[in-house]
Design a protein around this ligand. Sequence first.
Ligand SMILES: [Zn+2]
Length: 287
Amino acid sequence: MPELPEVEVVRRGLARWAAGRTVETVSVLHPRAVRRHAAGPADFAAGLRGAVLGEPHRRGKYLWIPLRPGTAMLAHLGMSGQFLVKPAGAPPETHLRVRFTFADDLGTELRFVDQRTFGGLSVQPAVPGDPESLPQPLAHIARDPLDDAFDEDAFHAALRRKRTTVKRALLDQSLISGVGNIYADEALWRTRLHYERPTATLTRPRTAELVQHIREVMGDALAAGGTSFDSMYVNVNGESGWFDRSLDAYGQEDRPCRRCGTPIRRRPWMNRSSYFCPHCQRPPRAA
Ligand SMILES: [Zn+2]
């Protein structure tokens, strides 16, 4: 499943290959890919035809492209969604869902390919007056720590207020966005925090450390072109990225901790797993 760094790679690809181009035609080849566009595929296509694609933005794992004033195309890659830029008329991919052609002579088209169709596209009204045309469905999603406008003081205050544990908080999109299971485990390992640590016990410096480590993990993944734990993930140019060799905790069960040599443990956690070093990341003491 693409995590934030992969989505950022896709955003950069769209910025390079699609921004500023005028949409000529839109073909929806599978209605499920636009199921979040309530008015249906024909209305989705009409919302895009003739529009100039704006500079793509990201909030957490969502992407959007401003269209005409007050509207934007919202995209979520789901489990396996990809944007591909292909020569116009190249043979269709097996799981091609939506195809965009452009009114220019660059000779390429944009394709949304999604095997499992958990992802999808829609045209949405923007939050009135938002300079980036933020789609209304994203209004409740917090900024992520790679965003220049991420407010660390507000994040810390929210952590202290919330009666929850640290990993749950990291995966709560209303507090901080874009942190999935893998990046949470990696950042907690770097910060030497157990995933069940109550957030009310975090000091301001610990929060700063944690946020810094999230940024570093994401930055490392970005530099490597994104993690790929799902071989179907391909970035906007069709290249796979991977960086699983540099993971310290996630997926490392029974391997020695790189800091202390204690075997990394895996525990079931909210229908997923948490990986941690039982020596470096001590469980919180029972109250
Ligand atoms: Zn350790």
